[in-house]
Write a protein that binds this ligand. Structure first.
Ligand code: AMP
Length: 563
């Protein structure tokens, strides 16, 4: 599918993009968010307590939750009170400002309550995706020096607490009577804790979130976000997601990733909007049912999920009445197949948005008040300057592919890389540009077009996988003497993780061995990081410094070496 889809009427908040670009400043958004307060207040307060104390929404449902047998809803007043309780629990155990607290749980109300409690306490939440296995959990907890973690009995098994000297407290949600010695029962503590808590004041640069994101080389990086980011999340939730108080919003991303945090709950709650959280695994029919049952009006998801819905059940959408008025996408290229489907079956286009863990907020987006260009991630958010630069940092003219860069200074910009200043400054090596690691070009109308990663980071089903992490794990397998990992284009998942390995001479290549190696990576890292394809080769290509030559690996994955 190609071309331009002309402006679809019906957007409620941002009426004139060009006018906003001319006149808007983030100071204005800050004034709107903070009201007559002097400056950044705690983002957890802005998300929940404020809806109770200032907006008259105490009895409004903040969270509709459903997973398996659980079906619950929580008002803003309950979220405020329960998160106060958890802040008190942390206080009782000596966890305070700037301490890091891991969250390793499947999506459930306790996760969101814990997150808010941590942030109210002035501590840093360290979300860990529930699919992470022991090595991935260990690396992140060790690097962050987390003092406490909240988990479930099932996931507790993947936390090697004895190897983590900084980890003093393990809070376990559920599983009464089966706790390991020294672990703390989350619900018991909550039952005893007071509902009153004076939320810790936050300065603009005070961090509240430490989120690990994979890079091309080395271990995942701890990306730090500060309370000032609230302004960026708030105004994009309003202008990009077009949220109004009577919307029902469903962002399908897991809170182990930035999308599931900024737009999963913080952004919509700052607007007093009810959110739906669906636990469990993906199921096409179940997703249609969820959209219908909760009368979701604004939906934020990802191309792989849309494609799975398309393939999971032709005609399914017709069985469930939908109430959608705005649909958005993130994380991977929005393909023509998906856009065609949404126009044909859902009667409206899907609006693509571009951003990353480091940016903390949507930065290049499509808006209701602008025509859509098929294949474009859209235009910079008003007040944000984006460019395409060459490897020396010079700006390139339209229609030339280069490095996608954003001028430093947007409100949700990350404030650091944990334990690694050098890595942080590397992002700003062409100051004032922040170099994203993505390739892109823009056309003469100012629309940007994403052209893949520059650095070999793999994006599989919208999840970021560092090839280095997978290679290191592969090398721990006795049959593997060398390994090179690359993203291979895939029609469902965008890319799959493809591994080339050099086999130890004492092993024969069999399907069983391939399965064993794949499981070995899965057991150590996470299912999404395990290579879907493994191919033995006589050698792994290297560059002059002896590192894996990713360009050649990519040629292999594309089959170009056979031509
Ligand atoms: P993460 O930090 O995990 O959110 O991953 C960010 C990366 O996802 C970006 O650097 C891009 O490579 C990719 N990405 C995000 N949004 C889009 C989009 N709309 N289209 C294509 N790729 C995207």
């Amino acid at each position: 599918m190609e071309g331009v889809i002309s402006r679809i009427p019906g957007g409620k908040n941002l009426r004139d993009y060009e006018e906003a670009c001319r006149t808007f400043s983030f100071r204005e958004a800050a004034a709107e968010l903070y009201g007559n307060r002097p400056g950044p207040v705690n983002i957890a307060y802005l998300a929940v307590d404020r809806q109770v104390t200032e907006k008259g929404l105490r009895d409004k449902t903040a969270l509709f939750f459903e997973s398996g047998d659980r079906e619950e809803k929580y008002t803003f007043a309950q979220m405020a009170a329960y998160s106060n309780k958890f802040a008190n629990v942390l206080k009782k155990h000596g966890i305070g400002k700037t301490d890091r607290v891991g969250i390793f749980m499947p999506r459930c109300p306790e996760l969101y309550i814990s997150f808010l409690g941590i942030v109210k306490r002035g501590a840093l939440a360290v979300p860990l995706f529930e699919a992470f296995m022991e090595d991935a959990v260990f690396d992140r907890l060790r690097d962050s020096g987390a003092k406490a973690i909240i988990t479930t009995p099932e996931l507790r098994k993947r936390i090697p607490a004895n190897k983590l000297p900084d980890l003093k407290h393990v809070f376990v949600v559920g599983g009464c009577g089966t706790l390991k010695k020294g672990d703390i029962q989350w619900h018991n503590e909550m039952a005893e804790a007071s509902r009153e808590y004076e939320v810790t004041r936050a300065g603009p640069e005070d961090p509240y979130l430490l989120l690990y994101a994979s890079g091309a080389e080395g271990s995942p990086k701890g990306i730090l976000h500060a309370h000032r980011g609230a302004v960026g999340i708030y105004i994009t939730a309003k202008w990009v997601h077009d949220l109004c108080q009577d919307d029902i919003y469903w962002c399908t991303a897991d809170p182990g990733w930035i999308t599931g945090i900024a737009y999963g709950f913080l952004g919509p709650w700052m607007h007093g909007v009810s959110v739906v959280i669906r636990g469990g695994r993906f199921d096409a029919e179940d997703w249609f049912k969820t959209l219908s049952k909760y009368k979701v009006t604004v939906w934020y998801s990802a191309p792989t999920a849309f494609r799975m819905m398309i393939r999971g059940g032709p005609g399914l959408h017709a069985r469930y009445p939908l109430y959608l008025r705005h649909i958005l996408s993130v994380g991977e290229p929005l393909t023509g197949e998906v856009l065609e489907w949404s126009l044909r079956e859902l009667g409206q286009p899907i609006y693509d948005t571009w951003w990353m863990s480091e940016t903390g907020m949507n930065l290049i987006c499509n808006y209701r008040c602008l025509p859509l260009k098929v294949g474009s991630i859209g235009k910079p958010f008003p007040g944000v300057r984006a460019a395409v630069i060459d490897d020396e940092g010079n700006e390139l003219p339209p229609n030339q592919i280069g490095n996608l860069a954003i001028e430093a200074g947007w409100p949700a910009m990350f404030t650091g890389v944990w334990n690694n200043h050098e890595e942080y400054y590397n992002y700003f090596r062409h100051y004032p540009w922040f170099t994203t690691g993505d390739a892109a070009y823009y056309d003469r109308d100012g629309y940007f077009f994403f052209q893949g990663r520059v650095d070999g980071v793999i994006n599989t089903a919208g999840e970021r996988v560092g090839p280095n992490e997978v290679e290191n794990r592969l090398l721990q397998h006795p049959a593997v003497t060398d390994a090179g990992v690359v993203g291979k284009p895939d029609s469902l998942r965008g890319e799959i993780v493809k591994a080339y390995i050099r086999l130890d001479e004492s092993y024969n290549w069999t399907k069983e061995l391939a399965d064993d190696i794949r499981n070995f990576v899965k057991q150590g890292l996470a299912a999404h990081a395990a290579p879907r394809e493994i191919e033995p080769r006589g050698f792994i290509p290297k560059d002059r410094e002896g590192r894996n030559n990713r360009r050649v690996l990519r040629e292999w994955a594309l089959g170009l070496d056979h031509k």
